[in-house]
Design a protein around this ligand. Structure first.
Ligand code: OXD
Ligand code: MN
Length: 580
C-alpha cells in the first residue's frame, strides 16, 4: 500500500531517510493486520497472553517502569511566538525543538519497522471529523490506535480526497526519560514524540492531536475541542438529553459516561457516546453539536468493578489490551478493588508482595473498542453528532464545591469552567492529591494561551441564542474523617436528573452568589439514605470560604496577564462582589 497524496508520500520518505527503519508498513486497519501485530508482540514478549477462557482476546503489556503516565514537564508547545503558547504550556522555539528532535530521531528505527497509520478522528463521513497520520516504530501503538481510532484504508481515502492531515511522528527511542519529549508544532500541524510508549504520549491521535492541536485549530475555525465525555440520558417518558462533561484525568469521566441507573430510578437509561474528548460545533440553527473523535477507550483500570462500573467491567472481559495490571493465579488480569482474589504477579512482573505497593499500577489502563461497551450509543457514529443540552464541569474537591450548581448564563459558565480545580491523580507523573487549577480540565491539553482560550469560549457564547446550560458538579466531598459524603457512581444520575430538569425549565433553584443550587426537595433521592445534615453540607455555600476561593482564582487569572479577557475579569468581579 502507498498513497496518491504527494505530501504524505514525501513525508514518509523523508522520515524513513532520517530514522532508517528496516521496513515500512502502511496500515490498512484490517482485523488480519491486528491479529498479525498481536502475534508479533506475543513472540517478542511485548504482549503476554492472559487466560484465554475467561478473558478471550485479552493481552497484557508491561511498560518500562519509568514510562507509566503522561509527562507534562516534557510536553512542549512550539509556536514561533512564546506568548502564543502561554504560561499554561512549556515552550520551545520551533527551530530548537526541530534540531533536538531530529537528533533523537536520527537512525532511531534501525532494526525496526516504520508503521504508517492513517487515521480519522470522528465518524469517517462527518464534516466535523479530521484526519491525521501517525508514523511509529511501536506495534503496541499501532494495535492501540486500531482500537482507539478509525484507522487504515478508509482514513487514507479521506486524506487523499481532502489533502489535509495532521502529521505525528513517534518513536519509542530508547525509553530513557532523559531523551523523552512530546513536541507540538501547531502552525505546522505537526506532533513529534520520542522516548515513551505510554498512551497519552504515544497514541498521537488522542491528547496530542484531538486536544492540543485541535484546540488550536478550533480557535482559528470557531469550534471547541474539549476534554469531555458525551452521554445520552433518556427519561422514563422517552425524553432524551445529551450532556458533555469535563473532569480532569482520572476523576471518573469513564464511569459517568457508562453510568448504570440505580434500581430505585426505573426507566432511566444512560448511553455512552464518548468518555474523554468532545469536538463541539454550532450547526446552522445555532445548536451546539458534539462528536467523539475517538472510537475506543483508554481507561484507568484500578477501581473498576461490578459495583463502580459494571459496563466497563463486562466490556473488558474480551478483546482488550491491559497495560501494567497485575495477574492472579488463573493468569487473569487483576487490579486493586477488582474482587476478593489475590494478585500473584505485580505490574512489573515481580511476585506480588504487599510491602512493595499496589499490585496494579494506579495508572494501569485498558484499551478497548467502544462498540464493546454494553451502553454504547450508535449515535457515536452519526456524522452530524448530537445536540448538547448541558455542559458540566467538575473536579475532585474534598471541600468547598457543592454537589452541583448551575451558572447564571454562558459568561458565568465560562468563569466556572476557567476556575475548575482538582486534586491531582496518577494519570500524570508528579505528586498525587495536591489541589491544582485545571481550567475546563484542559490544563495539560490546551494547545495555546489560556487567556486566548477563555476569550474563545466567551466569543462562542456570542454566536448562538440556543446555548447549552452550564453546570459544576463535585462527587468527591469528604467529611472530617475522610469519608465521602455522596455515594457517587450510579447515584450521580440523581444529579444528572436535576440538571436536565433545569434545562427543561421544570424545577426552580436557590439563587446564590456562585450560581443556582438545587432545593433539596427537587433532588430525586428515592431509595437513598442521606442524612439531612449531610445533604445540607453538600448543598451549602459558605460565603467566607468562597470569597477566599474567588480571591485565589483572581490571583490565578492574574498569572495570565493581559490576555485574560475583560469579560472573564468582569464576571469574576461580579461574583466576588455578590459574595459581599
Ligand atoms: C487520559 C488522561 O488518559 O486524561 O484520558 O490522562
Ligand atoms: Mn483524559
Amino acid at each position: 500500500m502507498t498513497t496518491t497524496n504527494e505530501a504524505l508520500r514525501q513525508w514518509v520518505d523523508e522520515t524513513a531517510a532520517l530514522t532508517k527503519p528496516d521496513r515500512i508498513h502502511w496500515c490498512d486497519g484490517s482485523d488480519a493486520e491486528y491479529a498479525g501485530l498481536v502475534r508479533l508482540m506475543l513472540e517478542r514478549g511485548d504482549l503476554l497472553p492472559l487466560n484465554a477462557e475467561t478473558y478471550p482476546g485479552c493481552h497484557l503489556h508491561r511498560s518500562d517502569p519509568t514510562d507509566v503516565a503522561r509527562v507534562e514537564h516534557l510536553t512542549f508547545v512550539c509556536t514561533p511566538d512564546r506568548e502564543e503558547a502561554g504560561p499554561n504550556n512549556n515552550w520551545m522555539a520551533p527551530a530548537d525543538a526541530h534540531r533536538r528532535m531530529d537528533g533523537l530521531f536520527a537512525g532511531c528505527m534501525r532494526g525496526r519497522t516504520l508503521y504508517v497509520i492513517p487515521y480519522c478522528m470522528g465518524p469517517i463521513d462527518s464534516p466535523y471529523a479530521r484526519c491525521g497520520v501517525e508514523i511509529t516504530d511501536s506495534p503496541y501503538v499501532v494495535a492501540n490506535m486500531k482500537l482507539m481510532t478509525r484507522m487504515g484504508r478508509a482514513a487514507l481515502q479521506r486524506i487523499e480526497r481532502e489533502g489535509r492531515f495532521v502529521r505525528g511522528l513517534h518513536s519509542t527511542g530508547d525509553l530513557n526519560p532523559e531523551r523523552r519529549f512530546i513536541m507540538h508544532f501547531p502552525h505546522e500541524l505537526l506532533i513529534q514524540s520520542v522516548g515513551s510508549g505510554y498512551g497519552g504520549n504515544a497514541l498521537l491521535g488522542k491528547k496530542c492531536h484531538a486536544l492540543r492541536i485541535a484546540s488550536w485549530q478550533a480557535r482559528q475555525e470557531g469550534w471547541l475541542a474539549e476534554h469531555m465525555l458525551i452521554l445520552e440520558l433518556e427519561s422514563p417518558a422517552g425524553e432524551k438529553h445529551y450532556l458533555a462533561a469535563a473532569f480532569p484525568s482520572a476523576c471518573g469521566k469513564t464511569n459517568l459516561a457508562m453510568l448504570i441507573p440505580p434500581v430505585t430510578m426505573p426507566g432511566w437509561k444512560v448511553r455512552t457516546l464518548g468518555d474523554d474528548i468532545a469536538w463541539l460545533h454550532f450547526d446552522a440553527d445555532g445548536v451546539l453539536r458534539a462528536i467523539n473523535p475517538e472510537s475506543g477507550y483508554f481507561g484507568v483500570v484500578p477501581g473498576t468493578n461490578a459495583r463502580t462500573n459494571r459496563n466497563a467491567f463486562d466490556m473488558i472481559r474480551r478483546d482488550t489490551i491491559f497495560t501494567n495490571v497485575a495477574v492472579n493465579a488463573e493468569n487473569e488480569p487483576w487490579w486493586e478493588d477488582k474482587d476478593a482474589q489475590q494478585p500473584v504477579i505485580d505490574w512489573r512482573g515481580q511476585p506480588y508482595s504487599p510491602g512493595k505497593g499496589p499490585a496494579a499500577h494506579p495508572n494501569s489502563r485498558f484499551t478497548v473498542a467502544a462498540r464493546q461497551n454494553p451502553s454504547y450509543s450508535p449515535l457515536a457514529d452519526d456524522p452530524a453528532g448530537v445536540p448538547i443540552s448541558a455542559i458540566i464541569f467538575g473536579g475532585r474537591r474534598r471541600e468547598l464545591a457543592p454537589l452541583v450548581y448551575q451558572a447564571r448564563d454562558w459568561r458565568h459558565g465560562v468563569l466556572i469552567g476557567a476556575s475548575v480545580a482538582s486534586e491531582t491523580t496518577a494519570a500524570a507523573t508528579g505528586e498525587v492529591g495536591v489541589t491544582r487549577r485545571d481550567p475546563m480540565a484542559m490544563k495539560p491539553f490546551c494547545g495555546y494561551h489560556f487567556g486566548d482560550y477563555w476569550g474563545h469560549w466567551l466569543a462562542m457564547g456570542g454566536r448562538s441564542t440556543r446555548l447549552p446550560q452550564i453546570f459544576h458538579v463535585n462527587w468527591f466531598r469528604q467529611d472530617r474523617n475522610g469519608r465521602f459524603l455522596w455515594p457517587g457512581f450510579g447515584d450521580n444520575l440523581r444529579v444528572l436528573r436535576w440538571i436536565v430538569d433545569r434545562c427543561a425549565g421544570r424545577v426552580g433553584a436557590n439563587e446564590t452568589p456562585i450560581g443556582f443550587l438545587p432545593h433539596a426537595r427537587d433532588l430525586d433521592l428515592q431509595g437513598l439514605t442521606v442524612e439531612p445534615a449531610v445533604l445540607d453540607s453538600l448543598l451549602a455555600v459558605d460565603a467566607a470560604s468562597w470569597r477566599q476561593e474567588m480571591q485565589s482564582i483572581g490571583d490565578y487569572f492574574a498569572g495570565f496577564g493581559e490576555r485574560v479577557p475583560a469579560g472573564l475579569s468582569e464576571e469574576h468581579r461580579r461574583v466576588l462582589t455578590a459574595l459581599g
